[in-house]
Write a protein that binds this ligand. Structure first.
Ligand SMILES: N[C@@H](CCC(=O)N[C@@H](CS)C(=O)NCC(=O)O)C(=O)O
Length: 329
């Protein structure tokens, strides 16, 4: 676990001391966009035209942010267009690695052993965190983006003219609603579990736990009436929530102390997770062994023995009965 400083790897855990025990996530530094014609996107520079075979996605099964991109790659049928590497779940002194193991897909471009080598290839003087997902451009030999929320937007539409599957998960008429949901769910739920788990003071932990369960309670009520967060159509907001909910009972309840309630205690949220999990080929992207291995074995500050919990046993393929609320998933 560490970061690059002027292109040199340094093994170092997150600094919470200077923020009153709070975990504060660094903003992603590569923020370019793939667009249909290579014109610049909302941030960064242009020159990244959507073309089959041009881009490579470095992803992880363990990571909720990378998981979003893997799900979008499935939903949009992008596997034939965008190759993928899957990193090892263990994150220790060399950070994220390609150490061979079941489910790991190594780096075909550089034969890298560690993800930081990809960042050094993009910018030999890079300073900052080295994270998954990382989207690489083989043509200009640089990193396009390290921000999952933006990578899924690119995957949603940029490749539509070059062979992506149909489907718009950020349709114009729902954008305001999706943006509002994301604005609440990201800080309190997606990042909220990390703010609880990585807190190093009681106050910082409690500061995260309250809003986390308030939002889950709110979503539970919303999903009594609606099959998906925005109604009958599955959107980006659902996928962003799903990757956190899939990890909740298996790691966040125990490892991150998010144990006021389990997802299994919320009838609507729990059925909703099963519904989404059973949609299309989403289940192919879910590897609970990588997820549990990562959290319990990589965060030795929280779990110094590195022992991985055996339970709980959860059947995500059990019937969900959500089709009664409409929609087609
Ligand atoms: N803003 C990034 C966050 C990605 C992120 O933090 N990924 C974690 C794994 S779950 C990571 O790579 N951590 C390594 C580190 O922080 O050094 C995104 O959403 O794409």
């Amino acid at each position: 676990m560490g970061l690059l400083v002027d292109g040199v790897w340094r093994d170092q855990w997150y600094d919470t001391q200077s923020h009153g025990g709070r975990f504060e996530r660094d903003a992603a530094k590569f923020r370019n966009w793939i667009t249909p014609d290579g014109a610049p996107g909302p941030s960064g520079r242009g020159g990244f035209k959507a073309e089959p075979g041009r881009y490579h996605l470095y992803a992880a099964y363990f990571c909720p942010w990378a998981h979003r991109t893997l799900i979008f790659r499935e939903l949009k049928g992008l596997a034939p267009l965008i190759d993928v590497s899957i990193v090892n779940w263990l994150m220790r002194e060399n950070g994220i690695t390609f150490a061979p193991a079941d489910g790991v897909i190594g780096d075909p471009l550089f034969g890298a052993r560690n993800l930081y080598e990809i960042y050094q290839a993009a910018d030999p003087a890079y300073s900052g965190r080295v994270t998954v997902p990382t989207l690489w451009d083989k043509e200009t030999k640089t990193i396009v983006s390290t921000e999952s929320s933006e990578i899924i937007r690119m995957f949603n539409s940029a490749f539509d003219g070059v062979g992506a599957a149909a489907g718009d998960y950020y349709p114009p008429e729902l954008r305001d609603e999706i943006d509002a949901l994301n604005a609440r769910i990201y800080p309190t739920v997606n990042n909220g579990v990390y703010r609880a788990g990585f807190a190093t003071t009681q106050a910082a932990y409690e500061e995260a736990i309250g809003p986390l369960f308030e939002t889950l309670d709110y979503l539970e009520a919303l999903l009594a009436e609606r099959r998906y967060l925005c109604g009958e159509q599955m959107t980006e907001a659902d996928i962003r929530l799903l990757t956190t909910l899939l990890r909740f009972d298996i790691v966040y309840v125990g490892h991150f102390k998010c144990n006021v309630r389990r997802i299994a205690d919320y009838p609507n949220l729990w059925a909703y997770v099963r519904d989404l999990y059973q949609t299309g080929t989403i289940a192919n992207t879910f590897r609970p062994d990588h997820i549990k291995g990562h959290y319990y074995q990589s965060h030795l500050q929280i779990n110094p023995t590195g022992i991985v919990s055996v339970g709980p046993s959860i059947d995500f393929s059990a019937p969900h009965d959500r089709a009664r609320l409409g929609g087609s998933g």
